[in-house]
Ligand binder design. Structure first.
Ligand SMILES: *[C@@H]1O[C@H](CO)[C@@H](O)[C@H](O)[C@H]1NC(C)=O
Ligand SMILES: *[C@@H]1O[C@H](CO)[C@@H](O)[C@H](O)[C@H]1NC(C)=O
Ligand SMILES: *[C@@H]1O[C@H](CO)[C@@H](O)[C@H](O)[C@H]1NC(C)=O
Length: 354
């Protein structure tokens, strides 16, 4: 009995402390030098998710977990809590007002599509129904335009950022060439990502040869190829991007969850049974090598590029993948449900832009 009262008191104290620290951390102190948006933990928040995904017309069937029958929806209820500050609430109208007249573009693989869809849903949920929103696709770019605000948000699909070109009927991955950059540099905000495709082989590999400098190779060390492409991208930023006009972000590696050892469940080979995030801030799997490569290459770029360092906070979200709740019923522990984790990526992006 006594110990139960004690425990009750203890819980009350914990809650009071949590409330106090929440008010202390109200988002004024983003400028606190201790504030690292990427260091923290996931907390249950009854007010989540940020929008009702069933009302968003933009979700690809790969990511629409609620529609495809995911039974446990706890994954929607977690808010990212940095250790020394709090993320501002995503205010779509404020965002559109601040971005007025600007063109935003996500560039990368299906993980970028994932994030773009989340952004478009976040905004869709907050706008009045009569808002003039248009969507069009031209070549590799799909754009949603908020005509009332003069803001557009585009996705440019590029698996490797560097070119794949047709040479004498063979597909060549050109590690030192970025011709699409001429399109990208016209935009005001660029959010890049590439990683998912670098180790793909066989039928899933969309090229036949690699061109490294002047050498045509059948294949090479994939991590070295990835590094070379990122360097090419960094050189492109340094030589082509007008930083008075354009703000550049690079998104860190988005982790997948196929190896239970990384979250202390040896023998588990996918995310099918995961319903809650990892508590705390540490991940047994450690920092992926590709993430270290990204950080090294970024540190050599002269112009300002902001790393959206979402790897760790995403590693903690073994519960946030579609698993088999997509149109194909295939096990997907690589992409993320929308609504879900990519909303937090965008909330962080918002924090930088607003
Ligand atoms: C929406 O915006 C487009 C492009 O500016 C314009 O052509 C169209 O007439 C607008 N539609 C409405 C309903 O206002
Ligand atoms: C689309 O791609 C084609 C072929 O590369 C090019 O000629 C055309 O100008 C592109 N369209 C736009 C609007 O960029
Ligand atoms: C990114 O986050 C990881 C894990 O929290 C951390 O180890 C790393 O130092 C961060 N990188 C940068 C450039 O801040």
């Amino acid at each position: 009995m006594g110990s139960e009262i004690n425990r009750g008191c203890w819980y009350a104290l914990v809650i009071i402390c949590a409330l106090l620290s929440a008010t202390n951390n109200a988002y004024g102190d983003l400028n606190d030098p201790e504030c690292d948006l990427f260091q923290g933990s996931w907390v249950y928040d009854e007010s989540y998710p940020m929008y009702d995904s069933t009302k968003c017309p933009h979700i690809r069937k790969e990511y629409d977990c609620v529609k495809y029958g995911r039974p446990n929806l706890d994954y929607l209820k977690f808010r990212w809590q940095p250790s020394h500050c709090s993320l501002p609430i995503f205010d779509a109208e404020e965002f559109l007002r601040k971005m007025s007249g600007k063109k935003i573009m996500y560039i990368g693989d299906s993980i970028s599509v994932n994030q773009w869809q989340s952004m478009v849903c976040l905004i869709h949920a907050a706008l009045p129904w009569q808002s003039n929103i248009t969507q069009e696709s031209i070549n590799s770019t799909t754009t949603v335009t908020y005509e009332d605000y003069g803001v557009s948000i585009s996705i440019f699909l590029s698996h490797y950022l560097v070119d794949i070109a047709d040479l004498f009927n063979t597909r060549v991955l050109k590690l030192n060439s970025i011709t699409d950059g001429d399109i990208w540099k016209e935009y005001d905000v660029l959010i890049f990502n590439t990683w998912l495709w670098w180790y793909r082989e066989g039928e899933k590999q969309p090229w036949d040869y690699i061109l490294l400098g002047k050498e045509l190779l059948k294949d090479m060390d994939r991590m070295a190829a990835f590094r070379e492409a990122l360097k090419t991208w960094g050189d492109w930023v340094d030589s082509e991007v007008d930083i008075d006009k354009t703000t550049v972000f690079f998104q860190g590696v988005s982790p997948s969850h196929y190896n239970g050892l990384e979250w202390n469940k040896p023998g588990v080979t996918n995310c099918a049974k995961e319903t809650v995030p990892i508590s705390g801030s540490t991940y047994l799997g450690g920092v992926p090598t590709a993430e270290m490569v990204i950080e090294q290459v970024l540190s050599d770029i002269m112009k300002p590029v902001t790393l959206l360092n979402i790897t760790r906070l995403s590693q903690l979200r073994k519960d946030a993948h579609p698993s088999s709740f997509n149109a194909f019923k295939g096990m997907d522990c690589t992409h993320w449900c929308v609504a879900g984790l990519p909303d937090t990526w965008n909330q962080i992006l918002y924090t930088y832009l607003v």
